[in-house]
Write a protein that binds this ligand. Structure first.
Ligand SMILES: [Zn+2]
Length: 121
């Protein structure tokens, strides 16, 4: 992989890291808000329908937050691999990950063969 490609990937990862950090902060604020709204609601209203919706919204937020955190961790470890000079090698088999795959998904940790193997388990 040439220097220019690597620089492009580095800046894409840094931008993605910032985006995800913001997204996680937003989701955390939202779920804290949802929590206080839900408990506030219980004080003066016992409405099953509304409560169900609030719970569903909260669970959805938590799933989104979990996904964002997972992506964030992936981006951080890709940046760590960049720093260590091991970026672009599959963490399972140690082979070079195809450049096209890295360009499409800079945080990829596995080569396509290992990814398919993991998904087929
Ligand atoms: Zn592999």
């Amino acid at each position: 992989m040439d220097e220019v490609t690597l620089l492009g990937i580095t800046s894409a990862l840094l931008a993605e890291r910032d985006r995800l950090a913001h997204e996680i902060a937003d989701l955390e604020r939202d779920s804290a808000q949802a929590q206080s709204e839900t408990s506030g609601e219980n004080n003066y209203r016992d409405h099953m329908g509304d409560q169900g919706t609030a719970t569903f919204g909260k669970e959805l937020d938590m799933t989104l937050e979990g996904n964002a955190r997972e992506l964030y961790e992936g981006v951080l470890s890709a940046l760590a691999r960049l720093e260590a000079g091991s970026f672009g090698t599959c963490v399972r088999c140690g082979k070079q990950i195809a450049e096209g795959r890295l360009l499409a998904m800079p945080a990829a940790e596995l080569c396509i063969e290992c990814k398919e193997w993991e998904e087929s388990r």
